[in-house]
Ligand binder design. Structure first.
Ligand code: EPS
Length: 387
C-alpha cells in the first residue's frame, strides 16, 4: 500500500513499550518532538476514555535516525513506554513463568479479535491475542504519523480531524477549515456545542448501562498539491490507499471520501463539482468529491469520514462461550473505554499523514528535504500555470 515509506509497529498493550520503525523519510527533516508528543496527548483525550488513560502519559523516545534535531535518512526507531507495565510484569513477563493456568483468559469477547485470534495462532489464552489487538497499538501509529505530518507541514500541507457523530447524535453543520482550529478544546473534538452536549449525555447513559458507543469522525487535509496518486492502476489510486489505511484503524467499519455513500442517491448534476474559469485557472465552488477525482488529488481539501463501531469490551458483558468447557458464559470484562471516537480521530490524522507523505514522496522523489522542496514547488507551479 505504501510505495516509498515503510513502517512497522510492535508491542503489546501491557508490555514494556510500543515501538515503531519508520523508513523512507528524507534526510534533513526537522523533528519537533513537542509536536509528536502533543499528538500523543490528544490521542489520550476525549470524553468516554477509560481508566488506563489516567495511568499513561504517552511520550515519544527517539532511538535512531535523528541527529541534532534532523532526520538522517536512516530508519527512525521510536518508543512509547507503557507506564502500566509496572502492574503487569508477571502477567506479561517475557521470561517463562511457573504456572500460568490460573491467569488464563478463556471467554472471548464478541466483536473483538479474541476468538478468531486464538484459533488462528493456536493460542490457549485469549490474552495472547488481546494484548496485540488492543487499540493501544495506535499510539505507535500516532508517532509515525507525527513524523509524516511534520514533513507535510513543511510543504504547506496540514491535517485536522473532528468528531461528526456519537451514537445517534450528529453535528448540524459543515465546519470550515478555520472552525476546526482548536477543536481539541472540546471534550469530544466536536465543533457543534449542542451536539456535543447530547453526545456527552449519550456517553453517560451508555456508561451507566455498562454499554459502549461508536460514531463517525472526519479527517481533512489542506494544501495537498494536484497530482498525488494515479488513475492508471488500481493500487496507485490515492483513494484506494487512503481507504485502506483508515480502514486499518481498530474498530473502523466504514470509510467514505467526500460525499461518499450519499452520492449514490443523487443525479450526476447534484454530485459532481462543476468547473468555472478564473484568473487562477479552473475553479470549483463545491468539493463533493472530497479532493480526489479519478484516484488523483485535485487540489481541494481531502475529506475522509470513518465509521467506528462501539468498543467490544462491555462492562455488562455479552454472551460468549468458555473455550475450556464449551459452556455459555459472559464475555471477559477488561477495563476499557466507553467511547474512543475522539481518540480514533487522532489516529485517523496519523494514517492520512502517512499516506499523503508517501504519495508526496512518490510524486516528488528525493533523498533530502532540499531535493523534495524544489520538486514540490515545480508541481505547484504547474497547477498555477493554468491560470
Ligand atoms: C488503549 C489502551 C487499552 C484500552 C483501549 C485502548 O488499555 P487497557 O486495556 O489497559 O484498558 O483502554 O483498548 C481498547 C479499547 C480495546 O478494545 O482494545 C489505548 O491506549 O488507546
Amino acid at each position: 500500500m505504501l510505495s516509498r515509506l515503510r513502517f512497522l509497529t510492535a508491542g503489546e498493550s501491557h508490555g514494556p513499550s510500543l515501538g515503531v520503525v519508520v523508513e523512507g523519510l528524507p534526510a534533513g527533516l526537522k523533528v519537533d518532538v513537542a509536536f509528536i508528543n502533543h499528538a500523543l496527548w490528544r490521542r489520550q483525550q476525549g470524553y468516554g476514555r477509560g481508566g488506563r488513560m489516567a495511568i499513561e502519559k504517552d511520550r515519544v523516545e527517539i532511538l535512531s535516525g535523528v541527529r541534532h534535531g534532523h532526520t538522517l535518512g536512516s530508519p527512525v526507531l521510536m518508543l512509547v513506554r507503557n507506564r502500566d507495565w509496572e502492574n503487569w510484569k508477571d502477567t506479561m513477563s517475557v521470561e517463562p513463568v511457573k504456572d500460568t493456568s490460573g491467569q488464563r483468559l478463556t471467554m472471548p469477547r464478541p466483536g473483538h479479535a479474541d476468538l478468531a485470534g486464538v484459533i488462528k495462532y493456536s493460542h490457549s489464552d485469549v490474552r495472547n491475542v488481546l494484548e496485540r489487538a488492543s487499540a493501544r497499538e495506535t499510539a505507535a501509529r500516532v508517532v509515525a504519523g507525527g513524523l509524516c505530518a511534520l514533513m507535510l507541514k513543511s510543504f504547506g500541507i496540514e491535517i485536522r480531524a473532528h468528531v461528526v457523530s456519537i451514537g445517534f447524535h450528529s453535528i448540524d453543520m459543515e465546519p470550515t477549515w478555520d472552525e476546526l482550529e482548536g477543536v481539541e478544546e472540546s471534550p469530544l473534538f466536536c465543533c457543534d456545542k449542542r451536539a456535543e452536549e447530547e453526545m456527552i449525555e449519550a456517553i453517560e447513559e451508555a456508561k451507566a448501562e455498562g454499554d459502549t458507543l461508536g460514531g463517525v469522525f472526519e479527517v481533512r487535509a489542506k494544501g495537498v498539491p494536484v497530482g498525488l496518486g494515479s488513475y492508471v492502476h488500481w493500487d496507485r489510486r490515492l483513494d484506494t490507499r487512503i481507504a485502506g489505511a483508515l480502514m486499518s484503524i481498530p474498530a473502523i467499519k466504514g470509510v467514505e471520501i467526500g460525499m461518499g455513500f450519499e452520492c449514490s442517491a443523487f443525479p450526476g448534476s447534484s454530485v459532481h463539482d462543476e468547473l468555472y474559469p478564473s484568473e487562477a485557472g479552473p475553479i470549483r465552488k463545491t468539493n463533493r468529491a472530497g479532493g480526489i477525482e479519478g484516484g488523483v488529488s485535485n487540489g481541494e481539501e481531502i475529506v475522509v469520514r470513518c465509521a467506528m463501531k462501539p468498543i467490544p469490551t462491555l462492562m455488562k458483558p455479552l454472551s460468549s462461550v468458555d473455550l475450556l468447557t464449551g459452556e455459555p458464559v459472559s464475555a471477559a470484562k477488561e477495563r476499557s473505554d466507553v467511547c474512543a471516537v475522539p481518540a480514533a480521530s487522532v489516529v485517523g490524522e496519523a494514517m492520512l499523514a502517512i499516506v499523503l507523505a508517501d504519495a508526496l514522496l512518490e510524486k516528488t522523489g528525493g533523498d533530502s528535504m532540499d531535493e523534495i522542496s524544489s520538486r514540490v514547488e515545480e508541481v505547484k507551479e504547474k497547477a498555477d500555470a493554468l491560470g
